[in-house]
Design a protein around this ligand. Structure first.
Ligand code: PDD
Length: 289
């Protein structure tokens, strides 16, 4: 993927090769920062208020004041998205605790580093959307503040890599014999016609796509519960899906070399995928936020 012509860094829009951060940036040295990934459809950031609220929560959790007001963020995103016009995009934004001599404790009086860019959205290939993907289960080796969208993603990187090395698209994370989420997604199952996903808490990221799927299920009378999913329930499920802002909803049809349901995407997935695409169409027409 080609680099964007411009990125945003600390108040300026610059060509990527001119955008420099210090080697003493705490994001680089400690992974001391948070991020967001926001899809942009028809030039408008999707579920923007939800993403900005989650950013606010991540920043509050690491005790870093938000360097921008919501309309300032929106202005930056708008300027970045202009480069690709109407093409579907994703915005990546990152806020770190800034530049300071290396010391674990917070520095005082240091300005946050703010970085953002847009890039065309790479959708999963149509055959994955239609036929589904394979996943592997792995122990969830992360810490106990997975609700913070922290840039320190080493555990997620290692777990996703294990999936890739096993010919799988995603790793499903298991903690205390329960499903938490995917390495970079939330997980849903369907059993006996009921959709369920693990409840919010310190061990999962509160996914914006997850919330929209739940909202669409409720609005369309599809039974949906936020409840713990024990490992055996995952393998006994009729359907398993993963959700994220960039992958939207993808069916998982094989886990640890066992077929899910009939080894094909199920009817509840097909229904929810249609509702999700309808919602996106309405968003493009500015009928919904
Ligand atoms: N990741 N859980 C984890 C650990 C994630 O990294 C993500 C998304 C999600 C889904 O959240 P949302 O629906 O808000 O995208 C759940 C992004 C896309 C990433 O890191 O690129």
């Amino acid at each position: 993927m080609a680099l964007p012509k411009h990125v945003y860094l600390n108040g300026e829009f610059l060509p990527p090769e001119s955008a420099r951060i210090s080697v003493f940036d705490r994001g680089f040295v400690f992974g001391d920062g948070v991020y967001e990934v926001i899809p942009v459809y028809g030039g408008r950031p999707f579920r923007l208020s939800h993403h900005l609220l989650r950013l606010e929560a991540s920043l509050a959790a690491i005790r870093l004041p938000n360097p921008m007001a919501p309309d300032e963020w929106a202005e930056i995103f708008h300027a970045l998205a202009e480069e690709y016009g109407p093409v579907d995009q994703s915005i990546y934004l990152e806020v770190t605790r800034g530049v300071a001599p290396r010391d674990h404790a917070f520095p005082s009086g240091t300005a946050a580093t703010v970085f953002a860019y847009a890039q065309p959205l790479t959708y999963p290939p149509p055959e994955q959307i239609q036929a589904g993907v394979h996943a592997i289960t792995v122990p969830d080796i992360r810490w106990s503040r997975c609700d913070i969208k922290a840039i320190a993603l080493l555990a997620n990187v290692l777990m996703r890599q294990t999936a890739v090395e096993n010919g799988c698209a995603e790793a499903i994370l298991i903690r205390d014999d329960r499903v938490t989420e995917g390495a970079a997604s939330n997980i849903f199952i369907v059993s006996g016609g009921v959709l369920s996903t693990p409840p919010k808490g310190p061990f999962i990221l509160p996914g914006i796509t997850r919330d929209l799927v739940i909202e669409l299920a409720h609005r369309n009378n599809i039974a949906c519960a936020e409840k713990e999913i024990h490992r055996p329930e995952l393998f006994a499920a009729d359907e398993v899906w993963m959700t994220s802002s960039t992958k939207e909803i993808l069916p998982i049809v094989r886990i640890d070399n066992h077929d899910v349901g009939g080894g094909q995407p199920g009817p509840v997935y097909t229904h929810l995928q249609a509702l999700y695409q309808d919602y996106k169409r309405a968003f493009r027409k500015q009928e919904v936020d």
